[in-house]
Design a protein around this ligand. Sequence first.
Ligand code: MLT
Length: 267
Amino acid sequence: MNQQVKMPGVVLNYRDVGQGEPLLFVHGFPLDCTMWQAQIDFFSKTHRCLAVDLRGFGRSSVRPGTVTMEIMADDLASFLDAIRVQGPVTLCGLSMGGYVAWQFWKRYPFKLSRLIMCDTRAIADTEEGAQQRLQTADKVEREGAAFLADSMLPKLYCEASVKSRPELIESARNVILTNSTSGIAAAARGMAARPDVTSWLPKIKVPTLLITGEHDAISSVAEMKTIANALPDARHAVIPHAGHMAPQEQPQATNAAIQKFLGETAK
Ligand code: MLT
């Protein structure tokens, strides 16, 4: 069930299911918290699953302009305070959710017990990539998000998923088309402005699991392996027959990797 929490300047929508140690799920771009349904179904039997719509997405409020990864990380910290989650959480972020997670570590290390980084990157956009994002942001505001859905869906899901799971792709398309165009544009501008965090990696001491879909076309297995090698306490699970959206495309394998990690790093 969706719930809303009102904080200064922002209303965040979230799902809060199960009891126990909190797992905070942070979605990718340009999606919403519904992408984590298979993880919520599985882990809510043993954990408190909190899945948030980031500012500008799903049913959360929208701030037009530019919303940086730092602002989104601040929102998550305020959210945890507002719903009175005491003690550190395990943060599981996918792609843009991962960019937010790096910022969350930097700004709120005391609120973090573990990281699960799915299909994400540590480097910034190239100059050209950032320019393209800014153009995409303006175009989404002018024309709507249909062109973005058409161009992104084949990059988000691997070919086998596109062929065998049409309902999954359709539901992602609906999410993209339902999201606010100003919200999508603001996050795209925020991603274009995000810093390279590679130099932070050796300092991130919390146990970290990296998850990559074998066929991820956005954050490759090789790139995520480089991140894993730079982190002091990391494991890397490559999920077969999945693209960038491994948690949705192969939920059983993804959940098994997360469950193993949670077990190995239990205090
Ligand atoms: C995402 O899945 O969040 C996006 O692919 C991130 C990006 O475009 O860099």
